[in-house]
Design a protein around this ligand. Structure first.
Ligand SMILES: C[S@@+](CC[C@H](N)C(=O)[O-])C[C@H]1O[C@@H](n2cnc3c(N)ncnc32)[C@H](O)[C@@H]1O
Length: 229
Protein backbone atom coordinates (compact mmCIF):
# COMPACT_ATOMS: atom_id res chain seq x y z
CA UNK A 1 0.00 0.00 0.00
CA UNK A 2 1.53 3.30 -1.08
CA UNK A 3 -0.37 6.47 -0.41
CA UNK A 4 -0.64 8.96 -3.25
CA UNK A 5 0.34 12.58 -2.61
CA UNK A 6 -3.34 13.54 -2.21
CA UNK A 7 -3.95 10.87 0.43
CA UNK A 8 -0.68 11.63 2.21
CA UNK A 9 -1.55 15.33 2.42
CA UNK A 10 -4.99 14.50 3.84
CA UNK A 11 -3.37 12.16 6.39
CA UNK A 12 -0.87 14.86 7.38
CA UNK A 13 -3.76 17.10 8.50
CA UNK A 14 -5.02 14.60 11.10
CA UNK A 15 -3.91 15.48 14.64
CA UNK A 16 -1.79 12.89 16.42
CA UNK A 17 -3.56 10.81 19.05
CA UNK A 18 -7.10 11.56 17.92
CA UNK A 19 -9.83 9.01 17.25
CA UNK A 20 -10.90 9.41 13.64
CA UNK A 21 -13.53 8.38 11.13
CA UNK A 22 -12.91 8.08 7.40
CA UNK A 23 -16.23 8.47 5.63
CA UNK A 24 -16.36 7.02 2.11
CA UNK A 25 -13.20 5.15 2.97
CA UNK A 26 -13.18 2.82 -0.09
CA UNK A 27 -9.71 1.17 0.09
CA UNK A 28 -9.23 2.39 3.67
CA UNK A 29 -5.70 3.57 2.87
CA UNK A 30 -5.71 6.75 5.00
CA UNK A 31 -6.86 5.22 8.32
CA UNK A 32 -4.75 2.10 7.79
CA UNK A 33 -1.69 4.28 7.18
CA UNK A 34 -2.39 6.42 10.26
CA UNK A 35 -2.94 3.36 12.46
CA UNK A 36 0.20 1.63 11.18
CA UNK A 37 2.23 4.76 11.87
CA UNK A 38 0.63 4.81 15.35
CA UNK A 39 -0.47 8.37 14.75
CA UNK A 40 -4.04 7.54 15.79
CA UNK A 41 -5.31 4.94 18.28
CA UNK A 42 -8.68 4.09 16.69
CA UNK A 43 -10.55 4.60 13.43
CA UNK A 44 -14.06 4.11 12.11
CA UNK A 45 -13.93 3.13 8.44
CA UNK A 46 -17.29 3.75 6.79
CA UNK A 47 -18.73 3.48 3.33
CA UNK A 48 -22.23 3.44 1.90
CA UNK A 49 -21.33 0.61 -0.49
CA UNK A 50 -20.50 -2.94 0.51
CA UNK A 51 -17.79 -3.50 -2.15
CA UNK A 52 -15.59 -0.62 -0.97
CA UNK A 53 -16.12 -1.55 2.69
CA UNK A 54 -15.01 -5.12 1.86
CA UNK A 55 -11.87 -3.63 0.25
CA UNK A 56 -11.22 -1.65 3.42
CA UNK A 57 -11.76 -4.78 5.56
CA UNK A 58 -9.18 -6.70 3.49
CA UNK A 59 -6.66 -3.88 3.92
CA UNK A 60 -7.29 -3.79 7.67
CA UNK A 61 -6.90 -7.58 8.01
CA UNK A 62 -3.73 -7.63 5.91
CA UNK A 63 -2.24 -5.07 8.24
CA UNK A 64 -3.41 -6.84 11.39
CA UNK A 65 -5.40 -3.83 12.59
CA UNK A 66 -8.86 -5.34 13.21
CA UNK A 67 -8.75 -4.54 16.93
CA UNK A 68 -8.22 -0.85 16.29
CA UNK A 69 -11.02 -0.24 13.83
CA UNK A 70 -14.75 -0.35 13.42
CA UNK A 71 -16.03 -1.01 9.88
CA UNK A 72 -19.48 0.47 9.28
CA UNK A 73 -21.81 0.24 6.31
CA UNK A 74 -23.95 3.37 5.93
CA UNK A 75 -24.27 6.85 4.54
CA UNK A 76 -22.03 9.70 5.64
CA UNK A 77 -21.75 10.54 9.33
CA UNK A 78 -25.07 8.82 10.05
CA UNK A 79 -22.90 5.87 11.15
CA UNK A 80 -21.38 7.97 13.97
CA UNK A 81 -22.60 8.93 17.43
CA UNK A 82 -21.53 12.08 19.27
CA UNK A 83 -18.22 11.66 21.10
CA UNK A 84 -17.07 8.48 19.33
CA UNK A 85 -14.42 10.19 17.25
CA UNK A 86 -12.73 13.58 17.37
CA UNK A 87 -11.76 14.11 13.74
CA UNK A 88 -13.51 13.14 10.52
CA UNK A 89 -12.18 12.80 6.99
CA UNK A 90 -14.55 13.01 4.03
CA UNK A 91 -12.48 12.83 0.85
CA UNK A 92 -12.94 12.04 -2.81
CA UNK A 93 -16.60 13.06 -3.10
CA UNK A 94 -18.37 16.07 -4.57
CA UNK A 95 -18.64 19.24 -2.48
CA UNK A 96 -22.44 19.22 -2.57
CA UNK A 97 -22.59 15.62 -1.39
CA UNK A 98 -20.14 16.44 1.43
CA UNK A 99 -22.35 19.33 2.59
CA UNK A 100 -25.42 17.07 2.43
CA UNK A 101 -23.64 14.48 4.56
CA UNK A 102 -22.81 17.12 7.20
CA UNK A 103 -26.38 18.41 7.12
CA UNK A 104 -27.84 14.88 7.46
CA UNK A 105 -26.54 14.45 11.03
CA UNK A 106 -25.81 17.94 12.25
CA UNK A 107 -25.44 17.06 15.91
CA UNK A 108 -22.48 14.85 15.07
CA UNK A 109 -21.02 17.28 12.50
CA UNK A 110 -21.18 20.05 15.12
CA UNK A 111 -19.41 17.94 17.72
CA UNK A 112 -16.35 17.12 15.60
CA UNK A 113 -13.12 18.95 16.50
CA UNK A 114 -11.77 18.85 12.99
CA UNK A 115 -13.44 18.06 9.67
CA UNK A 116 -10.93 17.31 6.92
CA UNK A 117 -12.83 17.68 3.67
CA UNK A 118 -11.48 17.04 0.21
CA UNK A 119 -14.08 17.78 -2.44
CA UNK A 120 -13.41 16.58 -6.00
CA UNK A 121 -15.70 19.20 -7.49
CA UNK A 122 -18.17 21.90 -6.32
CA UNK A 123 -15.55 23.24 -3.89
CA UNK A 124 -17.23 26.63 -4.11
CA UNK A 125 -20.57 25.23 -2.99
CA UNK A 126 -18.94 23.44 -0.07
CA UNK A 127 -17.22 26.66 1.14
CA UNK A 128 -20.52 28.51 0.78
CA UNK A 129 -22.30 25.85 2.83
CA UNK A 130 -19.66 25.82 5.57
CA UNK A 131 -19.34 29.58 5.98
CA UNK A 132 -23.12 30.15 5.90
CA UNK A 133 -23.89 27.34 8.33
CA UNK A 134 -21.73 28.16 11.33
CA UNK A 135 -18.49 26.43 10.35
CA UNK A 136 -15.14 28.13 10.50
CA UNK A 137 -12.59 27.23 7.86
CA UNK A 138 -9.46 26.66 9.95
CA UNK A 139 -7.09 26.16 7.07
CA UNK A 140 -6.92 25.12 3.44
CA UNK A 141 -4.23 23.21 1.62
CA UNK A 142 -3.55 22.44 -2.03
CA UNK A 143 -1.90 19.29 -3.30
CA UNK A 144 -0.84 18.41 -6.82
CA UNK A 145 -1.30 14.89 -8.09
CA UNK A 146 -0.77 14.07 -11.75
CA UNK A 147 -2.26 17.01 -13.63
CA UNK A 148 -4.73 18.10 -10.97
CA UNK A 149 -4.52 20.42 -8.03
CA UNK A 150 -6.77 19.18 -5.21
CA UNK A 151 -8.24 21.40 -2.51
CA UNK A 152 -8.41 20.24 1.10
CA UNK A 153 -10.59 22.26 3.48
CA UNK A 154 -10.22 21.89 7.25
CA UNK A 155 -13.24 23.14 9.17
CA UNK A 156 -14.90 23.14 12.56
CA UNK A 157 -18.37 24.14 13.74
CA UNK A 158 -18.36 27.29 15.88
CA UNK A 159 -21.99 28.41 15.41
CA UNK A 160 -20.85 31.68 13.84
CA UNK A 161 -21.30 32.42 10.15
CA UNK A 162 -18.47 34.08 8.26
CA UNK A 163 -19.22 37.10 6.10
CA UNK A 164 -16.95 37.14 3.07
CA UNK A 165 -15.79 40.32 1.34
CA UNK A 166 -16.25 39.02 -2.17
CA UNK A 167 -17.93 36.02 -3.84
CA UNK A 168 -14.57 35.04 -5.35
CA UNK A 169 -13.58 33.87 -1.85
CA UNK A 170 -16.03 30.98 -2.20
CA UNK A 171 -14.04 29.90 -5.23
CA UNK A 172 -10.55 30.65 -3.89
CA UNK A 173 -10.45 30.03 -0.17
CA UNK A 174 -9.13 33.02 1.76
CA UNK A 175 -6.89 30.73 3.83
CA UNK A 176 -5.02 29.68 0.70
CA UNK A 177 -4.12 33.29 0.07
CA UNK A 178 -3.25 33.91 3.73
CA UNK A 179 -1.11 30.76 3.95
CA UNK A 180 0.71 31.64 0.72
CA UNK A 181 0.29 28.03 -0.39
CA UNK A 182 3.13 27.13 -2.75
CA UNK A 183 0.60 25.97 -5.38
CA UNK A 184 -1.55 29.08 -5.05
CA UNK A 185 -0.24 30.79 -8.18
CA UNK A 186 -0.72 27.67 -10.37
CA UNK A 187 -4.14 27.08 -8.86
CA UNK A 188 -5.36 30.60 -9.67
CA UNK A 189 -3.72 30.50 -13.12
CA UNK A 190 -5.68 27.34 -13.94
CA UNK A 191 -8.90 29.09 -13.00
CA UNK A 192 -8.04 32.09 -15.15
CA UNK A 193 -7.41 29.71 -18.08
CA UNK A 194 -10.80 28.05 -17.55
CA UNK A 195 -12.63 31.39 -17.51
CA UNK A 196 -10.63 32.64 -20.51
CA UNK A 197 -11.67 29.52 -22.45
CA UNK A 198 -15.32 30.31 -21.65
CA UNK A 199 -14.92 33.91 -22.85
CA UNK A 200 -13.29 32.65 -26.08
CA UNK A 201 -16.00 30.07 -26.66
CA UNK A 202 -18.68 32.74 -26.31
CA UNK A 203 -17.00 35.16 -28.70
CA UNK A 204 -19.37 36.22 -31.49
CA UNK A 205 -22.31 34.60 -29.71
CA UNK A 206 -25.10 36.71 -28.30
CA UNK A 207 -28.19 36.43 -26.13
CA UNK A 208 -29.13 37.52 -22.64
CA UNK A 209 -27.77 34.38 -20.93
CA UNK A 210 -24.60 34.27 -23.05
CA UNK A 211 -23.84 37.97 -22.45
CA UNK A 212 -24.32 37.49 -18.71
CA UNK A 213 -22.04 34.46 -18.64
CA UNK A 214 -19.34 36.27 -20.64
CA UNK A 215 -19.51 39.32 -18.37
CA UNK A 216 -19.34 37.18 -15.20
CA UNK A 217 -16.34 35.30 -16.58
CA UNK A 218 -14.52 38.53 -17.41
CA UNK A 219 -15.17 39.86 -13.91
CA UNK A 220 -13.91 36.59 -12.40
CA UNK A 221 -10.73 36.81 -14.50
CA UNK A 222 -10.06 40.35 -13.25
CA UNK A 223 -10.59 39.34 -9.63
CA UNK A 224 -8.39 36.26 -10.00
CA UNK A 225 -5.63 38.29 -11.67
CA UNK A 226 -5.75 40.69 -8.71
CA UNK A 227 -5.17 37.79 -6.32
CA UNK A 228 -1.83 36.90 -7.91
CA UNK A 229 -0.56 40.40 -8.70
C1 LIG B 1 -13.90 8.13 -5.02
S1 LIG B 1 -14.09 7.20 -3.58
C2 LIG B 1 -13.01 8.07 -2.48
C3 LIG B 1 -12.25 7.13 -1.62
C4 LIG B 1 -11.30 7.81 -0.63
N1 LIG B 1 -12.02 8.53 0.38
C5 LIG B 1 -10.34 8.71 -1.37
O1 LIG B 1 -10.41 9.93 -1.18
O2 LIG B 1 -9.51 8.20 -2.15
C6 LIG B 1 -15.66 7.63 -2.97
C7 LIG B 1 -16.17 6.65 -1.94
O3 LIG B 1 -17.26 7.26 -1.27
C8 LIG B 1 -18.26 6.30 -1.09
N2 LIG B 1 -19.52 7.02 -0.89
C9 LIG B 1 -20.30 7.63 -1.80
N3 LIG B 1 -21.38 8.18 -1.23
C10 LIG B 1 -21.27 7.94 0.10
C11 LIG B 1 -22.06 8.23 1.24
N4 LIG B 1 -23.22 8.88 1.13
N5 LIG B 1 -21.64 7.82 2.44
C12 LIG B 1 -20.49 7.12 2.58
N6 LIG B 1 -19.70 6.79 1.55
C13 LIG B 1 -20.08 7.20 0.33
C14 LIG B 1 -18.18 5.43 -2.34
O4 LIG B 1 -18.77 4.17 -2.12
C15 LIG B 1 -16.68 5.37 -2.55
O5 LIG B 1 -16.11 4.28 -1.89
Amino acid sequence: MKLTDRLLKIASLVSDGKKIADIGTDHGYIPVYLLKEERVPFAVLADVNKGPLDNARKEVIQNNLLEKVDLRLGSGIEVLEIGEVEEVIIAGMGGILISELLEAKKEVAHSIEKLILQPMQAQEELRRYLLNNGYEILTEVLVREDFRIYEIIVAKYTGKNTIIEDEIQFEVGIKLLENKDSLFYDFVEKKIKTYSAIVNQLEDKHGEEIDRKREESKIAIRKLENLIK
